[in-house]
Design a protein around this ligand. Structure first.
Ligand code: SF4
Ligand code: SF4
Length: 313
């Protein structure tokens, strides 16, 4: 049985039909802003990958929510992504090795794949007190980042902490936490969100595998295919905003009617992300659809600039 058939068999064992899989590839292709002619090629990246790029995944100051989100990808499943599509060489949370053995694995991966691996960075980096607010194996996050990231072919920051500092950088920020690009004074691909949608990481990686380059980004390093429009511009409640039909109390008749959440503090007009289209949990729903205002989690300094939540801007 060839690689592709084995892939479809694995999917079927998990209750995913070829039709479901092709529907996902069509959705991912559209999300990435590619024409329908790319759908079979996108399917090929999953079903019969020609290359498995080595990945070194670094964790800095964070809650591991971004890894948790990634582990809940449905297509590809996390094990497919980690073992069959990518070759994840180091990831503290999911690797079997621990302690010195894990650190040796990092050094071995760096020696073998220098200049060729994708670095995925999760979490912010403390920069004050010589980076003293965060250490792994006796080295600061900053030292680890300074060693590993310049050797990567590309660095993808996953989550608002790695992109812009996120919650660890919220005022008063005693540790001087910063986004990875800011701490290292270099450009990174940024996939913000708290947590980010795994489909945007998968889309970025598929773009790289399919077209041999990273996607076009905005001036904050965010892929345009995912962060090119505001939540507000894609929101299904938008007609209610235009008609000035607002929810003013949770649990009210207006809330049941799906009116606009602007007066409940929705930050959708200032927030760039594709949540209304990509949704979460295998396309089940997203916060505004579930009746909760957007809190602007994919914007820089959202914890300081978007608060107090639940109050009209
Ligand atoms: S719910 Fe939020 S994003 Fe949707 S229309 Fe209202 S203000 Fe805009
Ligand atoms: S709707 Fe807003 S707060 Fe919610 S995940 Fe999307 S960008 Fe973040």
């Amino acid at each position: 049985m060839d690689k592709k058939e084995q892939f479809y068999q694995r999917l079927e064992q998990r209750g995913v039909s070829r039709r479901d899989f092709m529907r996902y590839c069509t959705f991912l292709t559209a999300t990435m802003g590619l024409s329908a002619s790319f759908v079979p090629k996108v399917a090929e990246v999953f079903a019969a990958p020609k290359q498995r790029p080595p990945v070194i995944w670094l964790n800095f100051g964070e809650c591991t929510g971004c890894t948790e989100a990634m582990l809940r990808t449905v297509y590809p499943y996390a094990d497919e992504l980690v073992l069959e599509i990518l070759s994840v060489e180091y990831h503290e949370t999911i690797m079997a090795a621990a302690g010195h053995q894990a650190e040796e694995q990092l050094q071995a991966a760096l020696e073998k794949h220098s200049g060729k691996f994708i670095c995925v960075a999760e979490g912010a980096i403390p920069t004050k007190y010589n980076g003293g607010y965060g250490r792994i194996g006796g080295r600061t996050f900053l030292e680890i980042a300074q060693e590993v990231i310049p050797q990567a072919a590309a660095t993808i920051c996953i989550g608002t902490c790695a992109c812009f500092g996120g919650v660890p950088a919220a005022k008063p920020n005693p540790g001087g936490y910063m986004g990875v690009g800011q701490a290292l004074k270099m450009k990174t691909i940024n996939i913000p969100g708290c947590p980010p949608n795994p489909v945007n990481l998968v889309g970025t990686i598929v773009n790289y595998l399919l077209l041999g380059k990273l996607p076009a980004v905005d001036d904050m390093g965010r892929p345009l295919f995912a962060y090119g429009k505001t939540i507000h511009d894609q929101c299904p409640r938008r007609s209610h905003f235009e008609n000035e039909e607002f929810v003013e109390e949770f649990g009210s008749k207006e809330a049941a009617l799906g009116y606009c959440l602007y007066k409940m503090g929705c930050r959708g007009p200032e927030t760039y992300n594709n949540c209304p289209v990509a949704k979460f949990n295998d396309g089940t729903s997203w916060p505004v659809e579930a009746g909760h205002p957007c809190i602007g989690c994919s914007e820089p300094d959202f914890w300081d600039k978007m608060t107090p939540f639940y109050e009209e801007f």
